[in-house]
Design a protein around this ligand. Structure first.
Ligand code: NAD
Length: 356
């Protein structure tokens, strides 16, 4: 009988409420945390969601701040901080995707206020103690227990309005967390179990969502998968794929989930020879023969744009992107080499299917 490999496992504390219509429980959760002056945060596009939540919370709500922006710019956080201080806010409620969760986390980092997050995409940020903030165009990531939300309310109904194309790319963003969790240096059996289940749930749910965005069954599979993948991101380290997305996303100002979608099959193809057992698990979860091509086919078959050049990454900048990736060395199961990395980025730029 083979021995169980040695491992270290970190659990993040947190309360999770999952289902359809679960947002009705928000007032009770605010009360349970003993809060009486919560601030509801959202993006401008989701202000009406925030206002209806504020109404639900009633007298325990101090107001709404609907100014969250992509990549958590520090100036937005500072504006929101002034509201927190002025209105003597004692808790935060976020309704939205990773950008909105990012603002709540940035406020919690500065104040240690408790957060209740209601995610409306599959990005997974709500399950992590990680925050990426942008100052003067540079995104800096940090981790702290203060950043981790105390309560997460997954309400399937909130995701029904997420447009199909965004649902697909956001779902691939979630899958990316689980894929890298399977081959990271600090992989462990519990997280690997969650990762495989998370990929499988999204691979089952996303085609149903693309076929009918109102399909609650498909939406709930996808959101359940996103939760599992978010736990993976919050619990173990990531590798080449996430670092590349971070580096070139910043360099070329690329959209977050779309960049993950286009790069993932190629980052996986790059790492595949070094991590055959993880590749087997990804392929099994996707119900395909080969992981990298399977990931590409899943996204492309659901209409995702697979060529990064369509989002503004010029092929003439590939060498600069490779140098940036190499300048900031990090752990990866396969060593980083200039020419194969160039090929990886060329393929992602052109959106070609990884060869078997
Ligand atoms: P997003 O939060 O930027 O949302 C994109 C747009 O879609 C916004 O205008 C939003 O209001 C709208 N939207 C969101 N949900 C909707 C819904 N259900 N219906 C209609 N419109 C909706 O997108 P995202 O991909 O969720 O988040 C990306 C950001 O999150 C990036 O800045 C990324 O770095 C960050 N992120 C952080 C972590 C972490 O652990 N720190 C993890 C994942 C992502």
């Amino acid at each position: 009988m083979p021995v169980v490999d040695a491992f270290t496992y970190n659990a993040n504390p947190g309360r999770v409420i999952f289902g359809a219509g679960t947002l009705d429980r928000l007032p009770a959760e605010v009360e349970r945390l003993g809060l009486s002056r919560v601030l509801v945060v959202a993006t401008p596009a989701q202000e009406s969601d925030a206002r209806s939540l504020a109404e639900k919370i009633g007298a325990r709500c101090a107001g709404v701040f609907a100014g969250a922006r992509m990549h958590t710019p520090v100036d937005v956080t500072e504006t929101a901080m002034a509201v927190v201080t002025r209105d003597r806010v004692d808790g935060l409620v976020a309704v939205g995707g990773g950008s909105t969760t990012g603002l709540a986390k940035a406020l919690a980092l500065r104040t240690d206020l408790p957060q209740i997050v209601a995610p409306t995409t599959y990005a997974g940020s709500e399950m992590t103690p990680i925050l990426g903030e942008t100052r003067d165009g540079r995104k800096v990531t940090q981790s702290s227990p203060k950043i981790l939300p105390e309560v997460v309310i997954y309400d399937v109904d909130l995701t029904l309005t997420l447009p199909t194309s965004q649902s697909v790319t956001s779902g691939m963003n979630a899958i990316a967390h689980a894929v890298e969790a399977l081959y990271t240096r600090d992989a462990n059996p519990l997280i690997s179990m969650l990762a495989e289940n998370g990929i499988a749930a999204l691979a089952e749910g996303l085609p149903g969502v693309a076929a009918n965005p109102q399909d609650r069954g498909a939406r709930s599979r996808a959101l359940y998968g996103a939760w599992l993948c978010g736990i993976c991101l919050g619990s173990v380290g990531m590798a080449l794929h996430h670092k590349l997305c971070h580096t070139i996303g910043g360099m070329f100002d690329l959209p977050h989930a779309e960049t993950h979608t286009a790069i993932l099959p190629h980052a996986v193809a790059y790492n595949a020879p070094a991590v055959p057992a993880a590749m087997e698990k990804v392929a099994r979860a996707l119900r395909v023969r080969e992981a990298a091509a399977g990931l590409y086919d899943l996204a492309a078959s659901l209409g995702a744009q697979m060529a990064l050049r369509e989002f503004g990454m010029s092929p003439t900048r590939i060498d600069a992107a490779v140098e940036a990736a190499l300048a900031n060395p990090y752990w990866n199961p396969r060593p980083l080499e200039r020419e194969p990395l160039r090929e990886l980025l060329r393929a992602a730029c052109d959106g070609t299917r990884p060869a078997l």
